[in-house]
Design a binder for this molecule. Sequence first.
Ligand code: ADE
Length: 225
Amino acid sequence: MRIDIITCLPRLLDSFFAHSILQRAQQGGYVEVIVHDLRDYTADKHRRVDDYAFGGAAGMVMQIEPIARCIRSLQAERTYDDVIYMTPDGERLNQRTTNTLSLRQNLIILCGHYKGVDERVRELFITKEISIGDYVLSGGELAACVLSDAIIRLLPGVLNDETSALTDSFQDNLLAPPVYTRPAEFEGHRVPDILLSGHEAKIDEWRHEQALERTRVRRPDLLDL
Ligand code: ADE
C-alpha cells in the first residue's frame, strides 16, 4: 500500500511515522508513506497556500491551485483508489471504514487548515471526506495520522501477532475484554482465576462475555448496529 499525505506542515508528521509499528511497517515494505509539502506546489514567491475568504468571512481558506497541482502530479504517476480529505464535517471514522481502506492500494490524504479548503477542491478532487470525531482540531494532520495508523496496523504482516488486530475493540462491533499481566496479585487485587486456569475454551468464553458486558455498559449503541 502507498499513502500520500498532502500538508502545509510536513514536519508535524515526520516523528509520528518514524517510530514503533508505523516505522516497522515502512521498513518491512508493507506500506510506503510519502509526505508532500503543499508549499512546493505554489507558483507564488512567498509560497502562500491560503487567501482571504470571498464574501468576507473570518479566517483564511486554502487555495485550489497548489492542491490541484499536487494531486494531479500524483495522479499522473499512478491510479488512486481514494482522495481523502480530513475534515470535521466528513463521515465519522469507524473500524468498518478503516477495514475497507486497508484493502486499497493507493490513497491520497489531504490535510485541511485554517477555515478549510476552497469548496471546489472537494467538488473536483475529493472522493471521501473523513472526520475523526465531533471536535475541531487546528489542522487535519493529527487526523491524517490517526487514520493512517488505524489503516496500517491492519495490513497483513504489520503486527507481530497476526491475530491481534482481529481481537481489537470494534472488530465484531464489540469492545475488547479486560487484559492482565504479571503480577497475578497487586496489593490484594487478583487477576480473575479463570485466566490462570489454562482452560482455553473457558477463557475464550469468559473473554466474550466480558466484551459483551463492557459493550452493553459503555457503548450499547454498538450492539444495535
Ligand atoms: N480537521 C480538523 N478537525 C478535524 C476532525 N475532527 N477530523 C478530521 N479532520 C479535522
